[in-house]
Design a protein around this ligand. Structure first.
Ligand code: CA
Length: 415
């Protein structure tokens, strides 16, 4: 894949709102979604400005994913030409305002795995629990991950019910209660396109051919449940109650102008083993995306106070690339399938305002956040809303965005 006419920054669309410099969805982006208009059946659409163009070519995004990168690129070129300002026959009957549509889950997700690819996040969290030895010995050798839960992945806007679970504190026996340390984790989601056969690993040089695109992902986490349950097999109920994703899938082709060298490992770190390393991944395995977390409380919304930004981190600073995660995941012969979702792990950077979860931002609740209403937060309270946003911009390219991933905390059920 290389830059082509669809990336030309001078292209404009007959959909006027797409030509605004602030739009996340200019004609150079063309993210896919599943939308419903009125009582019609859900359809595949492509985001353009404040609207959605109906894409009748495929019955689902999964059907496009399994055709591989070439089919996605072919459809992208076709849609780009259809939506250009110089198209003499703009298909206005296929255009719907986003505000008049419901955005649904963009894909059928068969399996979901979550990684831990930010060394800044892993070091911060590790140092809270193991100050002398924050990183486990495997961290720099493989992208650590675990099998997460696909059934509770939900689309942006659905409420997130505070989970109940076992909480153990001090020397007391555990109690079953509503989580008191509910947190978000700001991540990038990666959708698998074409899959691999069971027993057939994916060589790292081919890994990107198996990646369809990305979304924003909030891996809601109950820290008190997590602390008690996570050893020795990893997180379980502390994560599986909900994971929210943005409804738009931004394709790898759309991200082409924003590819960047892989994060440079500090001197003294081991080089990745051969099956997790190739020249293309070193040179352009990174993606220059900025990922932001915005936040509001119920009271802020009542008082018409705009959400505040809690953090902004750079996806280029992830220790492991998406291609390395895919190659590692399939390195034992595990088959990945179209629509499978990989979470990158919390995206954090070295600075305090680059920390992608409250556990890090408030340092386990010891440094509460101060909000414009005078409220403070150690962890999430009922009515709190978390909004993830992401965008890529670079000299000589049109800025594109990932849209939004939103969720409001609903009160727990009675334990
Ligand atoms: Ca996570």
């Amino acid at each position: 894949m290389a830059l082509n006419e669809t990336h030309d920054p001078s292209l404009e669309s007959w959909v006027e709102s797409a030509n605004s410099p602030e739009s996340d969805f200019p004609i150079q982006n063309l993210p896919f979604c599943i939308f419903r208009h009125g009582h019609a059946a859900p359809r595949v659409g492509v985001g353009i400005g404040d609207s959605i163009l109906d894409v009748p070519d495929y019955p689902s995004i999964n059907a496009l994913m399994e055709r591989g990168r070439a089919a996605a690129a072919e459809l992208r070129l076709k849609l780009s030409r259809v939506l250009r300002a110089d198209n003499p026959y703009p298909p206005r009957a296929l255009l719907f305002k986003q505000s008049e549509c419901t955005l649904l889950m963009p894909a059928h997700i068969g399996d979901f795995s979550d990684f831990y690819a930010s060394i800044f996040h892993a070091t911060n969290v590790g140092s809270m629990f193991r100050p002398d030895n924050p990183l486990m010995p495997n961290y720099k050798w493989l992208p650590v991950g675990y099998h997460a839960r696909a059934s509770s992945v939900i689309a942006s806007g659905e409420p997130v019910r505070r989970p109940c679970g076992q909480i153990q504190e001090g020397s007391s026996p555990p109690v079953f209660a509503a989580s008191r340390q509910l947190d978000y984790e700001c991540e990038l989601g990666c959708f698998i396109g074409r899959g691999n056969e069971l027993g057939q690993p994916i060589p790292i040089a081919e890994a990107e051919q198996h990646i369809f695109g990305v979304c924003l992902l909030n891996d809601w986490s109950a820290r008190d449940l997590q602390r008690w349950e996570y050893q020795p097999l990893g997180p379980f109920l502390a994560k599986s109650f909900a994971t929210t994703i943005s409804p738009w899938i931004v394709t790898m082709d759309a991200l082409e102008p924003f590819r960047a060298p892989r994060f440079e490992r500090p001197a003294g770190d081991p080089a990745p083993l051969v099956h997790l390393d190739c020249a293309a991944d070193r040179e352009r395995g990174g993606i220059a995306l900025h990922i932001e977390v915005w936040f509001s409380t119920a009271r802020m919304r009542e008082e018409k106070i705009a959400p505040v930004r809690l953090s902004r981190a750079r996806f280029e600073q992830m220790y492991w690339t998406l291609a390395q995660m895919v190659a590692h995941h399939a390195s034992n012969g595990c088959n990945l399938r179209p629509g499978d979702l990989l979470g990158s792990g919390t995206i954090s950077g070295p600075a305090k305002d680059e920390r992608g979860c409250l556990l890090e931002l408030t340092w386990r609740g010891t440094e509460p956040l101060s909000l414009p209403t005078g409220e403070s937060r150690k962890f999430l309270e009922d009515g709190d809303e978390v909004i993830l946003r992401g965008f890529a911009e670079r000299e000589g390219a049109r800025r594109i965005g990932l849209g939004e991933c939103r969720g409001i905390i609903a009160p727990a059920n009675k334990p």
